[in-house]
Write a protein that binds this ligand. Structure first.
Ligand code: NAD
Length: 250
């Protein structure tokens, strides 16, 4: 994957989980990584791990729920780092499992701000920098919940369906400008976000629904994201790549 060498990459939610694993793999492939997150301590830890192992990373604090911050910080950092080639819009939250009629409006609005508007506003800034450079690659981290409904998780599913819609629409709009836009749709992956999922649901999903009888790892998702960012996937655009161990196959 030499196509990633010296590329300037931006990853949201890179302090932990899938974002951290992706930032680390991108750096291993030679990309210069802008690690961004709300969590400064863990974000700096990701950056340190990359720099200590010979990669290049810089940490920037960014709350994707705040449009003004996205506009200001993205413009500052894309200018400072000399542009933007690759973007991974990954930051997300899980939220508690509740029937739709019991979800307080502030929880609904927060879910949409982080998981959907955060992706939209980041894409706006990313595209402003990619288009004058003659292209770029964007991967949005959606979910299996972006393709299926989730009983007890309607706000999360709505936000992730929105991410899939943004991904497909942007692929249509920017394909002619050498910007490829894809998403990954993980099933259950071992990260802190699963803390909100009741053990009963996790156990049923893993042992009954997933034919491989296990949940995924962050490294497995990171490999798929990095492949979508590389030239190895040069004709893949507007795709939603399922990483679910076969959950959705039947
Ligand atoms: N783990 C799973 O099973 C799973 C499945 C499908 C999709 N996803 C998606 O993967 C993405 C990454 O989640 P994860 O599983 O690695 O969880 P995680 O909790 O380990 O990581 C999420 C990261 O996002 C950051 N974050 C949260 N709110 C933020 C905000 N407002 N601004 C900036 N950063 C913020 C957190 O600090 C954290 O570092 C999310 O979009 C999630 O919806 C996860």
């Amino acid at each position: 994957m030499d196509s990633l060498k010296n590329k300037i990459a931006f990853v949201t939610g890179a302090a932990m989980g899938i974002g951290r694993a992706t930032a680390m793999l991108l750096a291993e492939k030679g990309a210069k990584v802008m690690v961004t997150d709300l969590n400064e301590t863990e974000g700096k830890a990701t950056t340190r791990m990359i720099n200590d192992s010979g990669g290049y990373a810089t940490f920037y604090k960014l709350d994707v729920a705040r449009k003004e911050d996205i506009v200001k910080i993205c413009n500052n950092i894309f200018t400072e780092e000399g542009g933007l080639d690759l973007a991974v819009n990954n930051a997300g939250i899980g939220g508690s499992m509740k029937p739709l009629h019991e979800i307080p409006s502030e929880k609904w609005e927060n879910m949409l701000s982080v998981c959907l508007s955060g992706v939209f506003y980041c894409m706006q800034e990313e595209l402003k920098y990619m288009l004058p450079r003659g292209g770029g690659r964007i991967v949005n981290v959606a979910s299996l919940a972006g393709l299926n409904g989730v009983g007890g998780g309607s706000s999360y599913a709505a936000a992730k369906h929105g991410v899939v819609g943004l991904t497909k629409s942007a692929a249509l709009e920017y394909g002619a400008y050498n910007v490829r836009v894809n998403s990954v749709c993980p099933g259950f992956v071992q990260t802190a976000i699963l803390d909100n999922v009741p053990a009963k649901i996790l156990d049923y999903s893993t042992n009954v629904r997933v034919p491989m009888k296990r949940i995924g790892s962050v490294e497995e998702v990171a490999k798929a994201i990095v492949w979508l960012l590389s030239d190895e996937s040069s004709y893949v655009n507007g795709h939603q790549l399922l990483l679910d161990g076969g959950f959705n196959a039947g």
